[in-house]
Every structure is written in structure tokens, then in C-alpha cells.
Design a protein around this ligand. Structure first.
Ligand code: AMP
Length: 193
């Protein structure tokens, strides 16, 4: 199995690239943000417990997020592999992912991080907010908080995967196609192993 953690700050382009890569490599794309938004829209219990955090740009608590992720992975028995988009975001989540994949006799193959500077992120997210319908994209303060939360709580995971020799950084500025090519170069190498 090939299990990729597609990493990077909000607005780095993870979702856009994951949609392309899942077709190209026949992987299951799990975006924890998308699952939360689906549940909020359908007013499920999970959606209700996640909404207040998401609206403020804070992380949903680990326990809720990890249980949801486990259920999503279990729904896809027999998959070729996964693209995790927006997960893990904390060390507890990374540990939980490792345990979950180990139970399935597999592991994270690589973390591929899209690197984009903050000013570009804010501009991209405000632009996306005009059409995405996402409240957390429309408010500059919430956007800035999401970027801050990324640096304060999530960016440490680069070190986590570097220690395991699984970290790959990619320049996330360029056309969609250029970035897909950069990501594909890494994934093609991994798949040869
Ligand atoms: P995203 O679509 O990845 O930008 O996520 C949107 C929001 O969903 C985030 O700002 C968090 O509030 C929440 N969220 C998504 N994934 C996670 C996660 N792995 N851990 C905690 N909260 C998350």
C-alpha cells in the first residue's frame, strides 16, 4: 500500500492536488475537513460537535478527529492506499495513524509537504472564500488563526516524519500542473521502492 500524508498550511493546495493524485494513483482520498463539513451540512452529532471549533479556525479535539478518521479508513477495506489530506495535525493524531495502519500491516509511506509563504496563503484563501461557501475562508481573522494554529500545533509534524526519514518538501507555488508534476516525481520514486 502507498499511504501519503499530504501536508501544508491551509491554502497550500492539498485538496486540489489530492483530487488529481487520487485518480492518477488509484488511492482513496480522505480529507478530514471535507468529512467535518459534510457532517455539519447534514447536522449529524459529529457535525454539531465539530462546528464551533471549525468556525473559529481551531482544531477539533483529537479524540473526535481520530475516531472519525479510523471509521473513514475502515470504510475502505481493500484500498490500494490512502491520501490523507488535513490529517494528522497533532502528534497524538500522527501516533494514532501509525497504530491504525500497523493493524492493517502497513504504514505511512511519506509525508509530502506543500511549501507556500503566508502572504500567498491569505490571498488564496480570501479568493477561495468568494466561491467556496466556507465561513472559515471568508473572514481574514479566522484565516490568520488557522495559519497560526498550523505553525503552533501542526508544523512540528515535519520533524516527526523527518525522524522517520519520510519527509519530502515541495515548492507549492506554480501552476496546478507544475505542482502535480513535482508531487508525482516523489510518488513515482516511492512506488518504485
Ligand atoms: P481543512 O479543510 O483541512 O482546512 O480543515 C478545516 C477545519 O476542519 C480546520 O480548521 C479544523 O477546524 C478542522 N479540521 C480538519 N482536519 C482536522 C484535524 N486533523 N484535526 C483537527 N481539526 C481538523
Amino acid at each position: 500500500m502507498t499511504n501519503l500524508v499530504l501536508f501544508g498550511p491551509p491554502g497550500a493546495g492539498k485538496g486540489t492536488q489530492a483530487e488529481i493524485l487520487k485518480e492518477k494513483y488509484k488511492l482513496i482520498h480522505i480529507s478530514t475537513g471535507d468529512v467535518f463539513r459534510y457532517n455539519i451540512k447534514n447536522e449529524t452529532e459529529l457535525g454539531l460537535s465539530a462546528k464551533s471549533y471549525i468556525d473559529k479556525g481551531q482544531l477539533v479535539p483529537d479524540e473526535v478527529t481520530i475516531n472519525m478518521l479510523n471509521a473513514e479508513v475502515d470504510k475502505n477495506e481493500g484500498a490500494n492506499g490512502f491520501i490523507f489530506d488535513g490529517f494528522p495535525r497533532t502528534e497524538a493524531q500522527a501516533d494514532a495513524l501509525s497504530v491504525l495502519l500497523k493493524e492493517k500491516n502497513t504504514e505511512v509511506s511519506a509525508m509530502i509537504a506543500l511549501e507556500v509563504e503566508d502572504q500567498v496563503l491569505v490571498e488564496r484563501l480570501l479568493e477561495r472564500g468568494k466561491t467556496s461557501g466556507r465561513a472559515d475562508d471568508a473572514d481574514e481573522e479566522v484565516i490568520k488563526n488557522r495559519i497560526k494554529v498550523y505553525y503552533d500545533e501542526t508544523a512540528i509534524l515535519k520533524e516527526y516524519y523527518k525522524k522517520q526519514d519520510k519527509y519530502y518538501g515541495i515548492d507549492g507555488v506554480g501552476s496546478i500542473d507544475e505542482i502535480t508534476q513535482r508531487l508525482s516525481a516523489v510518488i513515482d520514486e516511492l512506488m518504485k521502492k
